[in-house]
Design a protein around this ligand. Structure first.
Ligand code: AMP
Ligand code: ZN
Length: 477
């Protein structure tokens, strides 16, 4: 068994072999912190997290770097519109992004480099590119990468560069592949740049870095000349990652990335997400609507990262039910009255098989959809075995519980569900009081009052279950 990944560069599934055995260096293009991240971004960030978790679960020593873009065309424009500086404008968005990551169970990574802190190495990098004949300062105060100096330009996207006009330039960070031209590594500062604090001294005068350069410099500074994995959303293949390859290989002379992986964009209610369509959804919008973070996480990882995923609120409800099924299953195992004389059940076999099946699915290009299918199949089978037997030995129960929790180190669903359901003591005391009051109301046949109490609790997502041993309660998503 070994990990296979779909490499955008070769358009094929390849065995994953890191540069140094047992260790993996990953660079992921993080958010541009000029605005709130939306749930589409989080499809991508949750995939990054699955990669991170699966590699660690598989025993690799992982160094995971995700940048925060705090200076580029979009950041400058937004800071200018807000009448502030880029530092002031980006700080709260950076904080919110990290808070949203924590809410959705995205593991902390080893480093979150910010572009504005890497200006010096960027200037050095450009200097090297000029020395190597891959870049030239132009009379507009900018420095451009000469794509004709790099014959492999276009290999990631698969662009035929033979028809390109040598020396023609593009100034903006973002453009279409039809506009492939010499692109800016460094841009002369405009008045606007200076006003928002996006201008630094350089051998080419006051200026600021191009967006593509930032990632080349931060990734190689943090991880060395060759990265094992480079991740991003599908929109970044061209020009961003194409340009990263040209810059990095032009400067270092070494292969830049062993495996490129790109996440397909999320659709919302069947359409591309955009502000103008009014379907631009942030994580906190969903939390305010009362949805559960574990349900959001489930929905966003429920489909393979290269497959379509259409976000709907119906889907989110179904994901909430799936998470609840996992929680109920875990609670059933934990609360089970075990019997040590019980003969051996099917649980140890099911537990061993499910972990193998889970690993096989995740090793198959991080197929989280299949992996979830394997987990829920296990839930069904173990539930059936418990229904049939009534009890099992503690060792058998523990085997099932251990398998479930092991797989959750990758999925993070129970983890997020438990974190978000940790109810504070005050609430617990209040719920217990309400349950007592309800029992008293029922005893005196005041059923209207008893029902009103149940409804009041339900409004707070607290569900009561009456059983032989009294009333139990739980928080649901
Ligand atoms: P940005 O903040 O625009 O730089 O985007 C951050 C990350 O989210 C990048 O890797 C993008 O490719 C990715 N991304 C942007 N929109 C979507 C979307 N609708 N679905 C999935 N990923 C996206
Ligand atoms: Zn990037």
């Amino acid at each position: 068994m070994s990990l296979k990944v779909y490499n955008t560069a070769t358009r094929s599934l390849e065995d994953f072999v890191p540069l140094n055995e047992g260790a993996v260096g990953v660079y992921a293009c993080g958010p541009t912190i000029y605005n709130h991240a939306h749930i589409g971004n989080f499809r991508t960030f949750l995939f990054f997290d699955l990669v991170h978790r699966h590699l660690e679960w598989s025993g690799y020593e992982v160094r995971f770097v995700m940048n925060l873009t705090d200076v580029d065309d979009k950041v400058i424009e937004a800071a200018h519109a807000a009448g502030t500086t880029i530092d002031e404008h980006t700080a709260p968005f950076g904080d919110t992004f990290l808070a949203d990551c924590a809410t959705l169970g995205v593991r902390t990574v080893d480093s979150y480099p910010r572009a504005t802190r890497y200006i010096e190495p960027m200037v050095d990098f450009i200097t090297r590119l000029i020395e190597n004949g891959h870049a030239y300062p132009a009379d507009d105060g900018a420095v451009y990468f000469s794509i004709s100096s790099f014959p492999e330009y276009g290999k990631l996207k698969g662009i035929d560069t033979s028809t390109l006009i040598s020396g023609a330039r593009v100034e903006h960070d973002e453009y279409e592949k039809e506009d492939a031209r010499d692109f800016a590594l460094w841009k002369a500062a405009t008045e606007e740049d200076e006003a928002v604090g996006a201008a630094w001294d350089s051998p080419w005068g006051l200026g600021r870095p191009g967006w593509h350069l930032e990632c080349s410099v931060m990734s190689t500074t943090e991880l060395g000349d060759t990265l094992d994995l480079h991740l991003g959303g599908e929109d970044l293949v061209f020009p961003h990652h194409e340009n990263e390859i040209a810059q990095s290989e032009g400067a270092t002379g070494h292969p830049f990335v062993r495996y490129w992986m790109h996440v397909k964009h999320l659709f919302v209610e069947g359409r591309k997400m955009s502000k103008s369509l009014g379907n631009f959804i942030r994580v906190r919008d969903l939390l305010e609507e009362g949805y559960d973070p574990a349900a959001i996480r489930h929905l966003l990882v429920s489909s393979h990262y290269r497959g379509d995923l259409n976000f709907t609120r119906e889907g989110l409800k179904a994901s909430g039910a799936a998470v609840q099924r996992l929680l109920d299953f875990e609670a059933r195992l934990v609360d089970l009255q075990t019997d040590d004389v019980a003969e051996e059940s099917a649980l140890p076999d099911l537990a061993a098989t499910v972990v193998v099946g889970f690993r096989t699915a995740m090793d198959d290009d991080f197929n989280s959809a299949d992996a979830l299918g394997v987990v829920f199949g296990f839930v069904t089978r173990v539930n059936a075995e418990l229904d049939a037997r009534g009890t099992v030995s503690a060792a058998d129960r523990d085997a099932a519980l251990e398998a479930l929790r092991s797989m959750d180190q990758v999925l993070g669903l129970l983890e997020v569900a438990h974190t978000s359901r940790t109810v504070d003591d005050d609430l617990a005391t209040w719920v217990e009081q309400m349950i007592e009051e309800r029992a008293a109301a029922r005893a005196s046949k005041d059923f209207a009052r008893a029902d009103a109490i149940r409804d009041e609790l339900a409004e707070k997502n607290i569900v009561l279950e009456d059983g032989a041993g009294g009333t139990r309660w739980k928080v649901v998503g």
